[in-house]
Design a protein around this ligand. Sequence first.
Ligand code: HEM
Ligand code: FPP
Length: 316
Amino acid sequence: MTVIDNHEALAEDGELSEASARDYFELLKPRVMSLVVFTAFAGLVLAPGHINPVLGLIAILCIAVGAGASGALNMWYDADIDAVMSRTAKRPIPAGRIAPSEALAFGLVLSGFSVVILGLAVNWLSAGILAFTIFFYAVIYTMWLKRSTPQNIVIGGAAGAFPPMIGWACVTNTVTIESTVLFLIIFLWTPAHFWALALFKMRDYEAVGVPMLPNVSGERVTKHQIVAYAVLTAVCAVLPSFLGFASYGYGLVAAALGAIFVYCSIAVWRMPDGDLKMIPAKKLFAFSIFYLFAVFSALMIDRLAAMLVSQAGGLF
Ligand code: HEM
Ligand SMILES: CC(C)=CCC/C(C)=C/CC/C(C)=C/COP(=O)(O)OP(=O)(O)O
């Protein structure tokens, strides 16, 4: 598949941008990155040890800015295909409100600032993982994998899975088995999350020649893999209870959420190929977002409850 080259639809570099602050904010992919930052916050809360609340706030702000910066770099590079896809055509660059060079500069400056400030204020391990995550999403996924292989989002999904590991490293200055499990939950969750959308956006990706799995291998293969990854996610999300950094009560909640996630994925698998409305796929995509939010919320509630119990125990 050859990816289209549609740069003539974009604002000319050097033209004075008529962009509003809202347009620049939209470059940061705030709706997507809000859940990304939430998982980073969860990693910071779940990590053993203590971080000064002010430094913790600075850490979360740096991760948020770094995530947004990677979104701006993604939109800069993808402006040609975004201009063609119905879902993305109204974004600031294809709509001509921000010039590509402005988006590139914006993304690079925010990337640099977020990494340097995190390194100076907290530690260089978390700053290094942040820098690697920005690079992985903006270069490895966006510039290479996305346009070259149907496994793009499986490998590229690693970028979206690092944030809780960054939050954990902000507190402990380490990468551990526990933070790797948090990484794995998101890594395994990504394929079911995105391929549900890719199923009902097949025509968009066909139009721009991006090799998403449904377009390359068909709906049936994609549905099989959606179920497989949903099952793997559900199993992985229960692991914190068996690794000792969450209670068995959390494990029951994660198992129930995972059962619904797998149920939704099976509904997609049972959806007839060529179904036009694809309601089960849209339901899975929507639930996938709630699922990830709910799992990481349950982990944090479980941790805070354990802290309260241990403090109460210390009173008697
Ligand atoms: C390579 C990995 C991923 C891919 C390919 C992917 C793909 C997408 C796409 C195409 C959308 C629709 C966005 C739009 O139309 O503006 C979306 C929405 C969303 N994604 Fe993902 N995603 C990935 C990873 C993640 C991760 C790691 C998170 C959070 C931890 C996440 C959270 C969300 C949220 C919250 C939305 C809904 C945004 C909205 O309501 O507009 N995604 N995703
Ligand atoms: C801290 C840090 C750097 C975090 C980054 C987290 C991350 C990589 C999240 C993935 C977000 C996302 C929507 C990817 C899809 O890109 P796409 O190009 O396939 O989606 P699009 O077509 O909507 O632009």
